[in-house]
Write a protein that binds this ligand. Structure first.
Ligand code: AP5
Length: 184
């Protein structure tokens, strides 16, 4: 039977960092919708050209495009980083997991105060130059998170699968908390 873990949390919380380590150690595929989209943008594919301005503004890419990507990339044992991000995406994922007989091991919510999120993303802008890591877009991403993604905290809380994890501290400390929260 297939298994999935979801990483939820605001931009800059450390989802990608932690999902990468967990996927490597568990031998799960890491499926990051943000990375997939950035790859399309870099390759200037038709999808990349369509989503580039949306991502540069800090808005969300339409659900149907994201769900097409997920259907293409879903695998037996998967760590989902940055998906789902809206209630329709979460409902579609529930259906997909049901259809494929996959079990949700848990939804890790990485919690970090907003000042620290902004600091982390501005630092990354200096190091990596990610197009959406400028102050204006960061503020928009945080606003979009609160409006569109935060309702998923309640959605998964009501289903008894939410695992809240303190995201401050070193990456090693956060990782240990995640393993403990998931019990794996
Ligand atoms: P996405 O790529 O998912 O970006 P995000 O959610 O904004 O998240 P980030 O990658 O900024 O942060 P993260 O939580 O992964 O943290 P990270 O580990 O990198 O999405 C980008 C865009 O794509 C969206 O805005 C949207 O347009 C589109 N998109 C993607 N998915 C979508 C979907 N499902 N639906 C619709 N649109 C979608 O860490 C951040 C930084 O902090 C790094 O520099 C890292 O080195 C550092 N760091 C990590 N841990 C620590 C620590 N413990 N202490 C100090 N620094 C740390």
């Amino acid at each position: 039977m297939g298994e999935a873990v979801i990483f939820l949390g605001p931009p800059g919380a450390g989802k990608g960092t932690q999902a990468a380590r967990l996927s490597e150690e568990l031998g799960f595929k890491k499926l990051s919708t943000g990375d997939l989209l950035r790859d399309h943008v870099a390759r200037k594919t038709p999808l990349g050209e369509r989503v580039r301005p949306i991502m540069e503004r800090g808005d969300l890419v339409p659900d149907d495009l994201i769900l097409d990507l997920i259907r293409e990339e879903l695998s037996e044992r998967v760590i989902l980083d940055g998906f789902p991000r809206t209630l329709p995406q979460a409902e579609a994922l529930d259906e997909l997991l049901k259809e494929t007989g996959m079990r949700l091991l848990g939804v890790v919510l990485v919690e970090v105060p907003e000042e620290e999120l902004i600091k982390r993303m501005l630092r990354r802008a200096e190091l990596e130059g990610r197009a959406d890591d400028n102050e204006e877009t960061i503020r928009r991403r945080l606003e979009v998170y609160r409006e569109k993604t935060e309702p998923l905290v309640r959605y998964y809380g009501e289903r008894g699968v939410l695992r809240r994890v303190e995201g401050l501290g070193t990456p090693d400390e956060v990782y240990a908390r995640i393993r403990a929260a998931l019990g794996i």
